[in-house]
Unconditional design. Structure first.
Length: 163
């Protein structure tokens, strides 16, 4: 008889903390505020991406800096494809419903509105109030969403799937 033969696999000791290493993370509830905020962010990123493709000049205006030359709209198409890529990434993570990867990605994405705000403030065509309202609020939204996702992960006391 081997040393572990007396302990069946199904009754092997499990960590009491479901978030301990090797334990499955509880699923993020579709009704949680964090999930809904990420879903809204996902839809908004898709909206920005599609809007950037369909109307790059309007997208530049919405960003806070009008284009000097319409030929420069090409760079807004690059931004549009990145926005769509971010939307697809967030959608995939929403389907996965794990708070940790969502928190990491949303936290990393908070860099963009900070940089956008700084760039808008540095450009002579930019307006401080608009830059702070648009890009500053986007940063705060991302920060609040990240905090809620981290709290949801810590609160995930039950490894049972949330519905």
């Amino acid at each position: 008889m081997t040393p572990n033969a007396s302990v069946p696999l199904a009754s092997a000791a499990r960590p009491s903390n479901p978030l301990a290493a090797g334990s499955p993370e509880a699923l993020l509830s579709r009704r949680s505020v964090a999930f809904v905020l990420v879903a809204i962010l996902t839809a908004f990123m898709a909206f920005l991406g599609v809007g950037g493709f369909l109307g790059p000049l309007g997208a530049a205006h919405g960003f806070g800096i009008d284009l000097v030359a319409p030929a420069d709209a090409f760079y807004l198409l690059v931004k549009a494809d990145r926005d769509l890529g971010i939307a697809v990434l967030l959608l995939g993570l929403l389907v996965y419903r794990r708070a940790t990867p969502l928190a990491v990605v949303v936290a990393a994405l908070c860099i963009a509105p900070l940089a956008d705000c700084a760039l808008s403030l540095l450009d002579p065509r930019g307006h401080a109030g608009y830059a702070l309202a648009v890009h500053g609020s986007a940063f705060l939204y991302g920060l609040a969403t990240t905090v809620l996702l981290v709290r949801a992960r810590r609160r995930g006391a039950s490894p049972v799937a949330a519905r």
